[in-house]
Write a protein that binds this ligand. Structure first.
Ligand SMILES: [Zn+2]
Length: 79
């Protein structure tokens, strides 16, 4: 049975990797929840939520959305 950490209830601010500079945050619900806000990183590659202190970090290698939206990118008879 793992020991309980009664003093570790408050987690450190999270760093969330996102593929775009424009992010939305609602605190994740629960005790840290807050109204949904939209943030833009502007010239930076990260932004911190003023409500819950979570940090959103821009993915260094964002995937182009076209890959997700193009199922025909792979020929059905590739082999
Ligand atoms: Zn937030």
């Amino acid at each position: 049975m793992p020991p309980r950490h009664a003093d570790a209830i408050i987690p450190p601010p999270e760093a969330i990797v996102v593929p775009t500079k424009r992010v939305a945050c609602d605190g994740g619900g629960g005790a840290l929840g807050h109204p949904l806000v939209y943030m833009d990183m502007g010239g930076d590659d990260f932004v911190e939520c003023a409500y819950c202190d979570r940090r959103f970090v821009l993915d260094a290698h964002p995937k182009p959305e076209n890959e997700y939206l193009s199922p025909a990118a792979r020929p059905p008879e590739a082999h």
